[in-house]
Design a protein around this ligand. Structure first.
Ligand code: WT7
Length: 646
């Protein structure tokens, strides 16, 4: 824990979008007069019909519902495009940096508007209507953003599946939301390697049967098989499409997108976000947290396959008329200078990335940073996992040259956008703390019995009231939505995170308190990895926990019990790792496979994961009470055979 405090720099105090005084007054107003506060904030957006209602939500079982701005009507794509045409039609909306440094594209608001209209007409020609689900499985190319906005323009619900997910994972998500159409590319390109997106779609469609149309954007131009009558090249369809497409009027509560995310149990949940509240939250937080000003060049390094890409590459920045940098590649290709070359080349002012990337680049040394001119930077951001003070200090000193505030933004797929974050003109920074709640966000620290703790305290992080960007349901399973987030601590939103509040009312996120692990800022349900492992013919039982990892934050530690006639071997270890990659995708690659003769269980047969976690963390002297185990000797064997660093 760091004790250092960085006060708000003098030049930020007066010129920031939100000053210290403004934070206090606005926060108080969001608490004491929320209706007026939110009607005012809603004016950030262009409404076809301005809402007169604001929050109409309850977290209680009897009248459970989450609704905001219910009588408002708007179109999300029109807010991101049309309303900017008069004022900034010729300003770049997207600056695209290809995987290969020689490739780049600039797309102005006027061009983006025309391309999105064309894409929307292509979707309409293919029979897509308001409310239909469109799955997007794309690389980081401008057409991915266009596809999202095209759906929003016609009121179709997009479901983006990260391009690193396997055909199996894609198939599950297609089936769950009953998508009839997939938008993909021939191949993606990352770190100089081709990603076989179209081939993965073909494999997924052998497993899932809802899809009748595949639209393929040409990225690499390499040959890919096309199934006649099902698969169509985007460029061929677009050649005949008009650049005129009226924006569909949508109710504020009409769905905008589904995004699948991992939980502690079962298959991934389809998190549903709607139109008005989500866009307001994305736009407001982008403006306030990143202190967005005209002329900024803003770069969020996330992939559109994650919520960060939705809210802070596409919707938030474009709603605010920002110039958003979109990056196809990876931080270490062609070399460890790549991020900083892009900053230098595009004169990036605002840079937002994940602690895992910072740690990986920190390990390579400062020379990679110092060879680039980073003087355009004025603000840095961090997201995805707690940032360790050492990485924070490096980011501040080496990248920000001690001149750029760092906003450590805590949020989740479920929250739509930032909930706890510094505002650079208002909040003194403490390395490792996400600091203070944003407007209308009322965090609480609970003990295990759900009692609200006051003052400095550590416990479970819950949120007391709804905010506009909150998810509305789990697609197709409203009961699961309630059970997952509102049943454990009645009347509150349970975040799944632990947190500490210090004497200055600053929040420090301590990590997940459920069976979710965070690998390189990507969320993984341990249950998903376990079910992939037990699906292998040699595996009898598996238990997966997180382990500390220098770069990734957490690694995946898998305890595996084999069937009676199977023998552990190096070859089998490799085969199991490959198997999990194949079932879920490379992000789920286990760091450790620990062949265990048995797992620690209670007498009623429940695996004691607490003990497995401690062993994986190397904390073998604080295993706690093992007397309730059916066979305590199992633990000794596990401790003896534990794998320290993969
Ligand atoms: C989980 C949500 C939010 C976009 C990226 C991840 C962890 C996220 C922080 C942060 C500490 C963080 C939490 C959270 N997390 N940001 N600044 N400090 N932890 O979205 O995949 O939905 O994961 O990421 O554990 O619950 P996600």
């Amino acid at each position: 824990m760091s004790e250092t405090v960085y006060p708000v720099p003098a030049q930020w105090r007066d010129s920031a979008v939100i000053s210290a005084d403004a934070y206090e007054t606005m926060y108080a107003r969001s608490k004491n007069d929320p209706h007026a506060f939110w009607l005012e904030q809603a004016q950030r957006l262009d409404w076809i019909k301005t809402p007169t209602q604001t929050d109409n939500s309850s977290f209680h079982k009897a009248d459970f519902a989450i609704n905001w701005f219910e009588d408002g009507v708007l179109n999300v794509a029109a807010n991101c495009l049309d309303r900017h045409l008069d004022t900034r039609g010729d300003q770049p909306a997207i600056l695209w940096a290809g995987d290969d440094p020689s490739e780049q594209r600039t797309i102005t608001y006027r061009e983006l508007h025309a391309e999105v209209c064309k894409f929307a007409n292509v979707l309409k020609d293919q029979g897509v209507r308001k409310g239909d689900r469109v799955t997007i499985y794309m690389p980081m190319i401008p057409e991915a953003a266009m596809a999202l906005l095209a759906c929003a323009r016609i009121g179709a619900i997009h479901s983006v599946v990260f391009g690193g997910f396997s055909p199996e994972a894609l198939a599950g998500r297609l089936t769950d939301c009953d998508s009839s159409i997939v938008i993909t590319a021939d191949e993606g390109l990352r770190g100089g390697k081709a990603v076989p997106l179209k081939a993965n779609v073909d494999a997924a469609l052998a497993l899932s049967h809802s899809v009748t149309r595949v639209i393929v954007v040409q990225r690499t131009g390499n040959n890919v098989p096309m199934t006649a009558g099902r698969d169509f090249w985007y460029h061929a369809l677009a050649a005949q499409a008009s650049t005129d497409c009226p924006a569909e009027p949508m109710n504020a509560e009409d769905p905008l997108f589904i995004l699948y995310t991992s939980g502690s149990t079962g298959k991934p949940k389809g998190v549903l976000h709607t139109s008005g509240g989500y866009l307001l939250w994305a736009s407001m937080t982008h403006a306030y947290v990143f202190d967005h000003k005209p002329g900024d060049v803003y770069w969020c390094t996330a992939d559109v396959g994650w919520v960060t890409g939705h809210s802070y590459v596409v919707y938030g920045p474009l709603a605010n008329g920002a110039t958003s940098v979109m990056f196809e590649g990876v931080p270490n290709y062609p070399d460890h200078s790549r991020f900083w070359q892009v900053v230098d080349q595009f004169k990036v002012t605002t840079f937002y990335t994940a602690p895992t990337a910072i740690r990986a680049l920190m390990r390579e040394g400062e020379a990679w940073v110092d060879r680039c001119d980073l003087s355009s930077l004025r603000l840095l951001g961090s997201v995805g996992e707690p940032i360790n003070p050492e990485a924070w200090e490096w980011y501040n000193r080496v990248v920000g040259k001690g001149q750029c505030p760092i906003v450590d933004t805590w949020w989740q797929t479920e929250t739509g956008g930032h909930l706890i974050s510094p505002l650079p003109g208002a909040t003194a920074l403490k390395p490792g703390s996400a600091t203070k709640p944003l407007f209308g966000v009322f965090p609480e620290i609970l003990d295990n019995d759900g009692r609200v703790l006051s003052g400095a305290a550590e416990g479970i992080l819950a949120i007391a009231k709804s905010w506009p960007g909150q998810m509305r349901t789990v697609w197709g399973d409203h009961e699961r939505f309630f059970q997952t987030y509102f049943a454990s601590y009645p009347g509150k939103y349970f975040t799944g995170d632990g947190a500490r509040r210090d004497a200055d009312d600053y929040y420090w996120i301590t990590g997940r308190v459920d069976d979710v692990i965070n690998v390189s800022g990507h969320r993984m349900g341990t249950a998903e990895v376990e079910s992939a492992l037990v699906a292998h013919e040699t595996v009898a039982e598996a238990a997966v926990v997180g382990m500390p990892h220098d770069i990734k934050g957490q690694g995946i530690y898998a305890y595996v019990t084999l069937n009676a006639n199977e023998v552990p071997s190096e070859a089998l270890r490799k085969a199991l790792i490959q198997w999990v990659r194949h079932e879920i995708g490379p992000i789920a690659t286990p760091d450790v496979i620990h062949f265990a003769p048995g797992l620690p269980k209670t007498r009623s047969g429940k695996i004691m994961r607490r003990i497995l976690r401690k062993i994986a963390e190397g904390e073998i002297h604080s295993l706690g009470d093992t007397s309730t185990l059916a066979d305590p000797s199992v633990v000794e064997a596990l401790v003896r055979d534990r794998v320290l660093q993969p």
